[in-house]
Design a binder for this molecule. Structure first.
Ligand code: SF4
Ligand code: SF4
Ligand code: SF4
Length: 173
């Protein structure tokens, strides 16, 4: 009887790790929901104990806070699903832990173009992302496929929502 109870308990405890849903749920709660605002990388440890004034400060409305059941609960991230970051600096001004920042040094992450998903890389005409980049970091190659000039991209995310097939994402540390 005792042995049966132990097996049952073990099953319950390990069940969430063994099922696909369980693993997906755990992964969702570990993985950042987006990159941090441009100058928050170095002050993230302090986030969560502040008043989170960066959220209301953002004129673009793209700063979210990781929910309570997430490993990064209370810390901010950027949501590029509707628009991107203008690197305006308002979130840095609102943060009590950021002492100084410069617009020139702002870098959110690196844009990645998923070539297997991108229409243009699969011989379907599309230029939706190109015009969204004021930095001119996205250019067309000779076969009208988008390629990135890493040295110009700030990771602002302005191009992401323009893509009809979700081929663009920001990679960040
Ligand atoms: S720099 Fe400006 S637009 Fe970008 S996240 Fe901060 S407040 Fe929002
Ligand atoms: S390519 Fe880079 S700089 Fe240009 S819009 Fe996209 S994320 Fe911003
Ligand atoms: S908008 Fe998307 S599908 Fe179109 S060229 Fe850009 S990355 Fe490719």
């Amino acid at each position: 009887m005792r042995e049966q109870m132990d097996i049952g308990r073990r099953g319950l405890l390990t069940g969430s790790f063994l099922t696909r849903e369980g693993r997906d749920s755990i992964e969702r709660r570990q993985k950042p929901l987006g990159p941090p605002p441009p100058w928050h990388h170095e002050v993230m440890e302090a986030c969560g104990s502040c008043e989170q004034e960066c959220v209301a400060s953002c004129p673009q409305g793209i700063i979210r806070i990781h929910p309570d059941d997430h490993a990064l609960a209370g810390r901010p991230c950027l949501d590029f699903s509707a628009t991107g970051c203008t690197i305006c600096g308002d979130c840095a001004k609102a943060c009590p832990s950021i002492e100084s920042y410069s617009r020139e040094s702002a870098r959110i992450g690196d844009l990645e173009v998923a070539r297997e998903t991108c229409l243009a890389w699969n011989d379907v005409f599309c230029m939706s992302c190109i015009g969204k980049c004021d930095a001119r970091a996205l250019i067309m190659d000779e076969r009208r496929r988008p390629v990135l000039d890493d040295s110009l991209c700030t990771g602002c995310g302005m191009c992401i929502h323009a893509c009809p097939v979700n081929a663009l994402a920001i990679r960040f540390d």
